[in-house]
Design a protein around this ligand. Sequence first.
Ligand SMILES: Nc1ncnc2c1ncn2[C@@H]1O[C@H](COP(=O)(O)OP(=O)(O)OP(=O)(O)O)[C@@H](O)[C@H]1O
Length: 233
Amino acid sequence: MLEIKGINSFYGKAHVLNDLSFDVARGQVVALLGRNGAGKTTTMKSVMQLVVPQTGSVTFQDIDITRMPPHKVAKMGLGYVPEERRIFTDLTVMENLEVGRQPEREGTVKWSEDMLFDMFPNLAERRTNRGKELSGGEQQMLTIARTLMGNPSLILLDEPSEGIAPVIVEEMARVILRLKKDGLTVLLSEQNLHFAQAVADRVVIVESGTAKYKGTLAELNAQPDVRDTYLSV
Ligand SMILES: Nc1ncnc2c1ncn2[C@@H]1O[C@H](COP(=O)(O)OP(=O)(O)OP(=O)(O)O)[C@@H](O)[C@H]1O
């Protein structure tokens, strides 16, 4: 569904992604793992064309999206949830969801507020509260819910478990598994191997902007040396 082939991305002269390649198959949850600064966020931004790769290509549903403007990439069905939460703090939960609404897309789940409130019961209870009245975890959930209002077929989640309470981390894992069940494809980035183990089908370990390891979680678990080399466990 998503193919990243040999991309090289830069910030000015800093060469951050180095011939990075990996695929995400439809319906899978793929976790990008790697230490701080490995290049996970830059990979997500390069998929969305917020950082434009200088060479290499990004293909989504057999269409080359490299150098496409980011708003067009989003319209093709890629929903991006950045690490920093992006909600409108002065708008209510309902209003935040309304802002994310996009037309229905063929072959993807059409999300309604009711479906989202069923998935995020905490938000249901707080539907008339303003964004700034929510906890960090609730704001994170609202960012995801608002992205789902755009009816994406693939969702990119940058460090969804970062900075939220352990009980909300469990909730987040449940949400990701539910999205997978509903047919969404998920690419997430994580430093937390335990979280990835709870949700991912496959992992791609990124180090210095290169994919050093690709495989299933079972394969990774059978190779503790790989884990120890590239991840802080
Ligand atoms: N806007 C920027 N300008 C210059 N360098 C940047 C910029 N953003 C990131 N970098 C550098 O690019 C490298 C990769 O950063 P990136 O944020 O993609 O890593 P990451 O794996 O997502 O790590 P983190 O967990 O810290 O988000 C790092 O060395 C970082 O310092």
